[in-house]
Design a protein around this ligand. Structure first.
Ligand code: HEM
Length: 230
């Protein structure tokens, strides 16, 4: 037990927790992006939009083996735990490095390094604020002009017909993509990958994944703004 505690206290332990929770969150954002792309699917004979049937599927998947909403709540709790661990470990690492910087013999961080970590911190704050707004917008409907529970496609189109709202989503997804870019880039160091061939892949992999994420997400508000989805 004390080994686990001392690993957690070390910066390697905290960075590993950030990496594992970050990888869980990356899995979610890619899954959610793929789900959102169902907005582009045509309505079939049932007359129900594929995005609405997909959302319904997520609510009842596993039923009657597990209660309705069971898996959804399981995933929600796991995500909340991952976000919590990610933020607490980030805060503690920041405090540790700040304390180290004030010591006499510590070599100061390079300019590039501190620029990246500042971007990560502010990016993280923007993403948290965005997610709170987003849940009130498309999940509870509190800040939506005409929310109807279950009509996910319709809620989405009406939501993005407001240009400032659509632009806010695009900026937030941009912040998320930058965060992911730096995150994927640095996770290689945390996991101790030192193979030069993998090392060469580091930047293109980080850039490619964050670009796919950015384009996948922004395609939906842009399609509504230009009238492709209505
Ligand atoms: C343009 C980008 C996005 C669109 C169009 C979008 C769309 C949606 C919609 C329609 C819902 C409600 C689904 C339902 O009621 O079944 C939803 C829920 C959600 N979205 Fe997004 N989303 C976007 C970006 C994001 C991003 C970037 C994140 C995370 C960083 C995110 C996290 C969530 C979460 C956590 C939920 C709640 C899921 C639940 O617990 O039911 N979304 N999104």
């Amino acid at each position: 037990m004390s080994r686990v505690v001392s690993l957690y206290r070390s910066s390697v332990g905290k960075k590993s927790l950030m990496a594992v929770s970050g990888i869980i969150l990356i899995g979610f954002v890619f899954g959610h992006m793929a789900g959102n792309l169902k907005a582009f699917e045509a309505v079939g004979e049932s007359g129900v939009h594929p995005l609405d049937s997909y959302a319904q599927f997520l609510r009842e998947v596993g039923y009657p083996l597990i209660p309705e909403y069971g898996l959804l709540w399981g995933v929600r709790l796991a995500l909340l735990a991952a976000v919590g661990v990610h933020i607490v470990a980030a805060y503690q690492l920041w405090r540790q490095s700040r304390a180290a910087r004030t010591r006499r013999y510590h070599k100061p961080d390079s300019q590039v390094f501190s620029y990246a970590s500042r971007t990560m911190r502010w990016g993280g704050v923007i993403i948290v604020l965005f997610v709170i707004y987003h849940l009130l917008h498309f999940t509870t409907g509190d800040v939506h002009p005409d929310f109807e529970y279950g009509s996910v496609y319709q809620n989405l189109v009406i939501g993005f017909q407001s240009v400032p709202v659509a632009l806010f989503y695009i900026v937030a997804v941009g912040a998320l993509s930058l965060h992911l870019y730096h995150g994927i880039w640095s996770v290689f160091a945390t996991l101790g990958v030192q193979n030069p061939r993998v090392e060469r892949l580091r930047r293109p992999l980080a850039a490619g994944l964050s670009l796919v994420l950015f384009l996948g997400y922004v395609s939906v508000p842009i399609a509504v703004m230009i009238g492709v989805l209505d």
